[in-house]
Design a protein around this ligand. Sequence first.
Ligand code: CAA
Length: 283
Amino acid sequence: MNVQNVMVIGAGQMGSGIAQVCAMAGYQVKLHDIKQEFLDRGFGIIKKNLSRQVEKGRMTEEDMTATLNRITPSLDLQNASDIDLVIEAAIENMEIKTKLFAELDKIAPADAILATNTSSLPITEIAAATNRPEKVIGMHFMNPVPVMKLVEIIRGLATTDEVYAVIEDMTKKLSKVPVEVNDFPGFVSNRILMPMINEAIFTVYEGVATPEAIDEVMKLGMNHPMGPLTLADFIGLDTCLYIMETLHEGFGDDKYRPCPLLRKYVKAGWLGKKSGRGFYVYE
Ligand code: CAA
């Protein structure tokens, strides 16, 4: 199968980044969301990123215009009727995702692949909402999408080798590096990253050190580009909590218990950078 037409669902931070890298690689992209204001914000992020590439001399004005012209806004899911691939990057909620996939299954051509950018929800369960579980796959991009090289490709229980090969090939065409993983809670990335972030939060909670000190230890001592608490604020503390809960429920092991301080911050609306306050305060 030759993928040419892609629909990205969700014009948020992840969806707009995915639409951008697909359009840069020459794919025709429909960027879908439920409200015009979400689409406007997503297109704003893409334009800002591409303008920076032009300023830095990595892209010409003409290439930028051509890239933007490859992205069409969509407010109607029926626009998926002629696509080859959907990459869903909507909200992390199983009910919403299964409803969306059941609808897409009815609208999209029979041979279209339905991928999800979920960071921890089971691919197999999302696939079970469709009549094409063999064509459902996880395509997990990292934030910020235009910068990060990894795409974790997650096979659901029924995903075929052929579908895997199409997605692996496409990931390489996006100038990203595919890594194959199986469908277990948190996959590989978040199974390892989130317990580290949760442990950093326990370290604050137990008064071992300040957030600044913890981040400094991990940045200077382990060469991480960001300390774990800065990264948690960047990802969103609600997302971190959601992923920890998925790990805790999925494995039933106490080692994945979310730190009470993380729960408290989320309840307070301290969600990190996006809400203006998390472990740090943002202007
Ligand atoms: N969108 C697009 N480009 C961005 C960006 C964004 N949000 N943030 C930074 N960049 C670009 C900058 O424009 C800059 O590009 P140029 O080289 O063209 O100047 C480049 O990235 C470097 O940026 P900065 O110099 O401003 O800052 P930095 O060197 O500290 O890098 C960073 C920023 C790339 C975000 C780096 O701090 C980093 O790698 N942090 C860790 C990110 C990480 O771990 N991501 C994974 C999160 S987990 C996840 O995504 C999975 C999940 O399911 C939760």
